[in-house]
Design a protein around this ligand. Structure first.
Ligand code: ADP
Ligand code: MG
Length: 730
């Protein structure tokens, strides 16, 4: 873009008025789920016995027969056509992070030369998208392109515009998972089974344990026209160059500050549409960085929560455009200010309550609470490296380990009270359960602490996995990620820890030990074993890195090497034992992660090189010529000596521009060469490592010089919208 255009775009963005959002006269409860075929709609549109069957399918995971599917499809079709729907699609979550869909019309020949609207059970239940271009990590070679998508009745069908959206799993012809949902559902089943078995030690009537997820989605908004003027944002989702704005987040005036009108209109619109789609939005606020915001719903069952997050992401993108914005979900769209994450609040619950909720009223409840806490810590301890592997990506790598986001070491913060409790339990010789009773147990150090205070565990913001009263908050997940990746690992690891716990307790019980004593004994062992994962200090500090290494935690900080954790023997064994992913699937997934990593850096490097050579260098050279011109002209009116004197500053600038420009041109060439070398490597891990080690660092070192030029070159010539112009929506 030319600088003239830049000024025009910036000026117009500044003048834009917020859209009018009709103040909804209805209360959210009136339109919540308006476009969702939920239980209420099922009851209305399905025959009673079909509705009962569906409830059984949804609640107990029984198989859906084709007759029922036909009947459900008929009711769905009626409901959807009343909303003007003409198409349906299987909606799935391929390993590319986004969602995918293929639309089919409701039409069929009627056999008399006309058309009828048709939507049968088999269309609802299963489709075969020719999806050969979705990544499969070699599981499905292109000539065997068939993959199945199959309806997930646990996640309700919904309508977007003219299309009936059917949430599905996506698997290969030979049965391997090609998406996130299939293994997630298996992980949730595994944790249900393992946790139910353990919960029964404490209460016979537990039938089911549910995994819950409450995500908090952070994002940036940027004016659409400014976005369009930044090829780097457009192609990679982040700015690859751009000097800090003089003012950014240092005043802390954005966080929880007043929401700009244009943004408020966007948020309101987004919330209404999300609520209509059954996403229980609750919280919205400004985040720390300028133009950064957050949206959080009320937590839900994990499978549904994941679908709702994916749905919200596509909704955010659409609604943002309507308001003249682009929604940035990249973890680090702007250097020098905070990046975006997606805290995943996780817990397990039975129909009688949350298993991680403290404190219980009886010693038994407290022991149950402790069991689930300690086994969560065991799970995180054993698989801390894999958990990190589950959240890492080329984009989240910019956030992790930077001093504003989770460190690149997974540890868990549990707070002072719980720490005291665990220590007391570990050290006590006395198996008298009364020591664990209600108030006494949680107020070991502060007598008579009100129960409610436990919900406000003093929060350590530097911890990637913190206990916050009735849940753990996994903070390392990136804003653009599908939370399923993290939820698969966390729930799988928890299932394994609980299975293992139960095996050991049962051995003691069979040997004649009292059940509660057996549980206490195993817990004591586990508290000792997983102690290294507990860390209450400053996760950003240099000492922690060294301490974590001494404790044997995973301290790998190279993104591609973190992916390898999926192939560690302990990971393969865990996924196998819990029946979630086979070794072949794990290899395929790791391959895809590595390929994606490489491609992302590759694209960044290309666009960055282009910007340097076609945008920055020509402009810097032009400005330099102007300065040289000026120096020459000075000589015309001044004596030689005087001319040098008055041109001192310009001469300095001319030299600086030369230095920065030659660094940039020389190193862009090195960047191209490094890419060529890396591209010749056939092993995906080695290739990704080469991109990480040799390509990515050049982007950073060259950027430094581009940003310096931005400070020197005449503002009127600079071609790219600057940080200060992009970051402050009025
Ligand atoms: P904060 O920003 O203070 O961490 P928020 O209120 O923004 O908290 O978000 C907290 C999220 O945690 C919400 O989605 C909330 O529904 C969810 N949450 C609360 N309790 C639980 C729980 N027991 N299990 C899972 N998620 C929970
Ligand atoms: Mg949070």
């Amino acid at each position: 873009m030319s600088s003239a255009l830049r000024f025009q775009v910036v000026g117009e963005a500044f003048k834009k008025k917020p859209l009018e959002i009709p103040n909804s006269v209805e209360r959210p409860s009136a339109f919540f789920g308006k476009y969702v075929f939920n239980r209420q709609k099922m009851k209305e549109y399905l025959p009673a016995e079909v509705y009962e069957r569906m409830c059984d399918v949804m609640d107990n995971g029984t198989k859906l027969d084709l007759n029922t599917a036909d009947a459900v499809a008929a009711g769905m079709k009626k409901w959807a056509m009343e909303l003007g729907v003409t198409h349906c699609t299987h909606w799935f979550q391929p390993l590319t992070e986004g969602t995918a869909e293929k639309h089919d019309g409701f039409v069929e020949h009627d056999g008399k030369g006309g058309m009828i609207e048709e939507f049968a059970g088999k269309q609802l239940v299963q489709q075969e998208p020719d999806a050969s271009s979705f990544p499969s990590g070699g599981i499905r070679s292109t000539f065997e392109a068939r993959g199945y998508s199959a309806w997930d009745p646990a996640s309700p069908v919904f309508v977007i515009e003219d299309t009936l959206m059917i949430p599905t799993v996506f698997i290969s012809y030979t049965g391997e998972a090609l998406d996130y949902k299939a293994p997630l559902k298996k992980a949730l089943k595994a944790v249900d089974k393992a946790a139910t078995a353990v919960a029964r030690y404490f209460s016979d009537d537990v039938k089911k344990v549910t995994s819950n997820l409450g995500w908090e989605q952070e994002y940036f908004l940027v004016d659409e026209d400014l976005y369009a003027a930044r090829p780097d944002l457009l192609m990679t989702g982040r700015t690859l160059m751009g000097h800090d704005s003089a003012k950014n987040q240092q005043m802390d005036d954005h966080y929880f500050g007043a929401i700009p009108r244009r943004v408020a209109a966007f948020m309101k619109d987004l919330e209404i549409q999300a609520l209509e789609l059954g996403i229980p939005c609750k919280t919205r606020h400004n985040e720390v960085a300028p133009n950064q915001f957050e949206l959080a719903p009320i937590f839900e069952e994990t499978n549904l929560a994941v679908d709702h997050n994916m749905l919200l992401i596509s909704l955010m993108r659409n609604v943002a455009r309507k308001h003249g914005f682009r929604c940035l979900l990249h973890e680090k769209p702007f250097a020098g200010i905070n990046g975006s994450g997606k805290h995943c609040n996780w817990s397990l619950s039975t129909d009688t309550g949350i298993l991680l909720h403290a404190p219980g009223k009886t010693p038994l409840e407290n022991l149950r609470f402790l069991t689930f806490i300690v086994e969560t810590l065991m799970a995180v301890y054993r698989h801390n490296g894999l958990l990190k592997g589950s959240i890492i990506s080329a984009t989240n790598a910019h956030r992790l380990g930077a001093n504003e986001a989770p460190p690149a070491i997974i540890s868990s913060f549990v707070g002072k009270q719980l720490t005291n409790l665990l220590t007391a339990l570990e050290e006590s010789e006395d198996d008298n359960l009364l020591n664990l009773s209600g108030k006494q147990a949680v107020s070991l150090d502060i007598p008579q602490i009100p129960e409610i205070l436990l919900d406000n565990t003093d929060r350590n913001r530097t911890s990637p996995f913190a206990f916050t009263g009735n849940r753990f908050e996994f903070r390392a997940v990136g804003s653009s990620a599908n939370c399923a990746a993290a939820m698969i690992v966390l729930n799988a690891a928890m299932a394994e820890a609980l299975m293992d716990f139960k095996t050991r307790v049962d051995v003691l019980i069979e040997g004649g030990m009292d059940k509660m004593k057996a549980i206490l004994k195993v817990l004591r062992d586990d508290i000792k074993t997983c102690k290294p994962i507990r860390f209450e200090g400053n996760g950003y500090s240099e000492e922690w890195k060294q301490e974590a290494a001494r404790r044997g935690l995973d301290i790998e900080d190279s993104a591609p090497k973190m992916f390898e954790q999926y192939l560690a023997p302990a990971s393969i064994e865990m996924f196998h034992k819990t029946g979630i992913l086979s070794e072949a699937e794990l290899y395929a997934r790791t391959e895809i992660k590595l390929e994606t990593y490489t491609k992302k850096i590759q694209i960044e490097a290309r666009i960055f090189g282009d910007l340097c050579l076609n945008h920055i260098i020509p402009v810097a050279t032009r400005y330099q010529s102007q300065l040289i011109d000026n120096v020459h002209k000075m000589k015309e009116i001044f004596s030689e000596e005087e001319a040098v004197e008055v041109s001192r500053n310009n001469l300095k600038l001319i030299r600086q521009i030369s230095e920065h420009s030659s660094f940039i041109t020389e190193n862009v060439q090195r960047l191209i060469d490094a890419r060529k070398v890396a591209n010749r490597i056939s092993d995906e891990l080695e290739k990704a490592v080469a991109y990480h080690d040799t390509v990515a660092p050049l982007l950073e070192s060259i950027r430094y010089h581009v940003d310096k030029l931005e400070l020197i070159v005449d503002d009127e010539l600079w071609p790219l919208p600057k940080y200060r112009e992009m970051l402050f929506i009025r």
